[in-house]
Design a protein around this ligand. Sequence first.
Ligand SMILES: N[C@@H](CCC(=O)N[C@@H](CS)C(=O)NCC(=O)O)C(=O)O
Length: 219
Amino acid sequence: MQLFGLNLSPFYERVVIGLELKGASDKVEFGGLPHAFGTPEIMAASPTGKIPYFVTDSGDVLIEGQVILEYVDGVLDGPDLLPEDSDAAANAKLLARIYDMYVIPALGPVLMALIFQKRNDEAIENAMKEALPKALDLLNTCMSKVGTRAVGDDWTIADAALIPMVFQLDVFARQFGYTGFGDRANINAWWDSIKDTDTVKNSHERMMTVLKKMQANAG
Ligand SMILES: N[C@@H](CCC(=O)N[C@@H](CS)C(=O)NCC(=O)O)C(=O)O
């Protein structure tokens, strides 16, 4: 099995976190980013031209970070990252979805400015004042089963999906006035209990390494 992409991508990084949580990182070959975005080569390798993409042992290509995460969780040995209880499993999927469908789009103008050097100040202001707070409120409301982890007390796909979010907020959104989760009690409870774990430290270190490389190449 091969996984392609870069750790700075939250869609890619959640798969890497999931593999680490399962103790299965050695079961997957990490192929990096062999083709530049927008080229015929990446379009041939990944139907959307986006990362991550994944090649299964039978040669099928999978795309969409969350789909890949759930696939590796299903096929590889190690702790299950999807709770057995259906309600808890639905909540874990929901949290990942809220991040993908609401938080990441809200962060779009900030990421465009800082990663892709396409800055739109009006869009950033709107994101920071309206879209991002609203998306984080939604995440906080939906994080109704929080324990010492995002859903209950075991690591799930929700933690894997959401850990890169905190990197994006702390490293990127902070530059435009983001100051933390405020009084969003559920998100705070989650973050307080995982922020010092190796899982978080390793992930944020991987993301920072890629960011620094990109900044060095740009400078
Ligand atoms: N919905 C996709 C989003 C993937 C995505 O947007 N990847 C970005 C990097 S974070 C990308 O490949 N962008 C390059 C491009 O759009 O050409 C997923 O969940 O995996």
